[in-house]
Design a protein around this ligand. Structure first.
Ligand code: UD1
Length: 342
């Protein structure tokens, strides 16, 4: 059973590829390598024993996408990760984000109808909820969608609409959108993990790079939020738990277990942690003292959000199993292994 994983050399993509292979799926990756490295294929092969098929081109190119699908008639499902994802950059270059993230999705949907590929798993984000009102915390899939804070967030909202409308219009199409909370951590082997290019925007790689001495000091953005220690709260989820959810989702589609042709699931643990909670966990598992300072709030940051994963737990039969210490320790192991080998 062959699955196409777009963006399969990226952070979430690479972990999902390994999980798919270990469940017996054959994987073909399409990745333009805009924000990832070809060496990830070697790491995947080392972990799973199988090198996935790989093609490098831009899925936003309609002709190349059609040509790809015209050559691959055996794809039974698509997990579509390939997208730009830097929130700040999307504010500076919105067209780059709309063009890439939406053109690639539309090209894939068009090819799915043309070549009769029924199943799509789409990478969405908890960013669609914005800052939920107190009555919607923890946030379930039924919480209202808020106006997006950035072009990046807007591409995720529009993408869900494009998928929903396409499914209504074209019979035989099914999709599952997975709304991720904050994915962190790395594979147990420490051979794959998060590899931000340049200065990291996200908390966990900033912590591990600071501890390794690549960054001087972590800036904690704000300590005057209405939370237990004043720093913002997120639902951090281990990348391995997240990867497993994708396999469950594609199997649900293939085994015709869907209740309707477009389903949406939250992927979170259900527990929120503050920035200082994450730092404390990191210091505990690493035995190091992290150099950090508290500075002003970061523009656009929300105060607190964590998932209500009940619907995912009940319907998918999936549950995040790894705790915060597993997340920080695997991220730290990955950072050290990667730096030693490069
Ligand atoms: C961001 C994106 C979100 C994306 C997610 C995962 C925004 C508004 N949202 O979420 O769309 O899905 O990344 O890629 O950017 N922090 C620090 N110092 C740092 C970095 C972060 O204190 O150097 C704090 C932030 O203020 C926040 C928490 O750590 O409270 C998590 O930040 P981050 O990892 O960037 O994720 P989000 O902002 O939640």
């Amino acid at each position: 059973m062959k699955i196409l994983v777009t963006g399969g050399t990226g952070y979430i993509g690479s972990h999902t590829v390994v999980e798919l292979q270990q469940k017996g799926f054959e994987v073909i990756i399409v990745d333009a390598l805009f924000n990832s490295r070809i060496e990830v294929l070697d790491a995947i092969e080392k972990i799973s024993g199988t090198r996935p098929e790989f093609e490098s081109f831009d899925l936003a190119d309609r002709r190349l996408t059609d040509e790809f699908f015209s050559r691959h008639h055996d794809i039974k499902g698509i997990i579509h990760f390939a997208a730009h994802k830097a929130v700040g950059e999307s504010v500076e270059q919105p067209i780059k984000y709309y063009r890439n993230n939406l053109d690639s999705l539309m090209n894939i949907l068009e090819s799915m109808t043309k070549y009769n590929i029924p199943n799509l798993v789409f990478s969405s984000s908890c960013t669609v909820y914005g800052q939920p009102d107190a009555e919607h915390l923890p946030v379930s899939e039924k919480a209202p969608i808020k106006k997006a804070e950035s072009p990046y967030g807007n591409t995720k909202q529009i993408a869900e609409e494009i998928i929903s409308e396409s499914i209504n219009a074209y019979k035989g199409l099914n999709a599952i959108a997975l709304r991720y909370f904050n994915p962190v951590g790395a594979h147990d082997s420490a051979m794959i993990g998060e590899l931000p290019l340049g200065v990291p925007n996200n908390l966990m790689p900033y912590i591990t790079q600071t501890a390794y001495g690549i960054r001087e000091c972590l800036k904690v953005f704000g300590s005057d939020y209405p939370t237990h220690d004043g720093t913002p709260i997120r639902d951090y989820i281990h990348i391995m738990d997240l990867a497993k959810a994708h396999v469950v989702a594609i199997e649900r589609m293939i085994n015709a277990k869907m209740k309707k042709s477009f389903e949406i699931f939250n992927l979170g643990t259900g527990t929120g942690y503050s920035v200082l909670d994450v730092i404390k966990s990191f210091e505990k598992v690493s035995g190091l003292k992290l150099n950090y300072e508290i500075v002003g709030r970061r523009a656009g940051d929300i105060e607190m959000v964590w998932a209500d994963p009940t619907f995912s737990n009940d319907e998918l039969g999936w549950k995040a199993e790894r705790c915060l210490d597993d997340m920080t320790s695997s991220a730290w192991k990955w950072e050290q292994t990667y730096r030693k080998n490069s």
